[in-house]
Design a protein around this ligand. Sequence first.
Ligand code: AMP
Length: 283
Amino acid sequence: MTPVIAQTREELAAVRADAQGTVALVPTMGALHEGHRSLIRRARQLADTVVVSVFVNPLQFGAGEDLDRYPRTFAADVEACAAEGVDVVFAPTVQVMYPDEPQVTVKAGPMGERVEGLTRPGHFDGMLTVVLKLFHLVGPDVAVFGQKDAQQLAMIRRMAADLNVPVAIEAGPTVREFDGLALSSRNRYLGPAERATAVALSQALQAGADAVAGGPEAVLAAAGAVLGKAAAADPPLEPDYLVLVDPATFADVGAGHTGPAVLAVAGRVGATHLIDNVPLSLA
Ligand code: AMP
């Protein structure tokens, strides 16, 4: 089945008016891979009508980030959506989403300045703004996001709670390559040697998870040791952060912390910024 492709707000409104039953939305920036497809399959289970949005949102890219070279593979994305039984692909242009320079935007608050937000000022404001706009345009009952972007997920949940957004937020687990590297649209930037270095991110998380019985300090030390080795590799992994945080607030957990936590890591290999995380439970 070929999905209906809507590119304007009017086209989307017309297909939305015809939609029967419940609606699930899977927001993406395209360059769809198996991680996106797993979220689409989850959406398929949750609702009668599945809408996938494909929009590379300029508002969430900072100066010097990869907005211009971000992969755009629309024909393949539509094929993937067709294979997964998607009903509607909403693929607006920048002009459709932002006909004027936006004046009123969503502010992420303190959580937006932590961890990933420290090195990407304004990123989470831009992300939340486009997600709220997509919610208003599509009117879904449920929206599905990946645990891969754990801070994004936490902030969308918080936005939904703080602003009384009537959309249920569902999360899907991170899909990985055979060796553990988290699937990402940005992986296609990596050359073979960079790809070999990049696996250290997931290896660090695995080492941290294996050390969970020793508490927060042991988790961070085990993961940090793997990152330290990768920092000396050729090409090197340049770590941005390695943190153990509260899954809901992304504030650091203390040394004696017990209960759920997220071990989150980010680093640069060549010009490519990669992030990954693993949920943990500390006894
Ligand atoms: P993106 O296109 O990178 O903005 O991602 C769109 C959605 O797919 C987000 O909710 C991501 O968290 C999710 N996603 C990205 N990579 C993965 C992955 N490897 N496994 C599961 N979900 C993912």
